[in-house]
Design a protein around this ligand. Sequence first.
Ligand code: BGC
Length: 254
Amino acid sequence: MGKKSQILGVDIGGTGLKCAMIDVDKGELVTEKYRELTPQPSTPEAVAKAIKGIIQRHDYKGPVGCGFPAIIHGGVAKSAANIDDSWLNVNVEELFEKATGNKFFVANDADVAGLAEVRFGEGNGVDGTVIVLTIGTGIGSGTFLDGKLMPNTEFGHLLYKDDIYEKHVSNAARKRNNLSWEEWGSRFCEYLLHLEKLFSPDLFILGGGASKKMEQYAHTLTCETKVIAAEFQNDAGVLGAALYARSRMKKKKK
Ligand code: BGC
């Protein structure tokens, strides 16, 4: 069991499950990140079992914040793009609560990663519209107006030709198409220009694996909006998940 200011943050991805104890006042990891592979197929039963194992391993009885790679509305998964189809309409919070006995607060993975950046990272104190894009297997988006989250924006699923943008500009698409970072950057820039036209943002923050390579493609990003790399990169998911749990707990008390 941790201290009151410490909450376990869990980040569920298509390939990996990560967790760490987070000091939600300081915005810091207080334990090393633990990581294991997401079970395949990533069905609700298999993932719930893995989450139970992780909680037991940490001998943790407190509330858990959790980022999940789907639209999450009222704790329920409303899409299943990079996770098993059988998650559709599953109440993720209830499922994990039943499996573990812990209280769970679940939200979209990019929304919670964005929370970490906006509360404690590069987006802190930025007024106006901040769009955080996580670039990995898919493209996740966390959208903030004056620091307040507008959940489930799913900008990776905006239509592009006969498909959706994430199929064209994710890191998985870069690998699949054998693109250099520079070639991928020019493609990604088109996507940013499209978002810029639609939302007139004040800042783009790029997270996920691709953010670490930004020096290799930054010169290809010609949009007017400032573009910066996320501060927490791969830690944003676990950190933001715990911050999300705390914000829900605060709301409940009011
Ligand atoms: C999902 C989003 C998720 C993103 C990153 C997309 O395919 O639709 O909900 O945030 O992948 O994991």
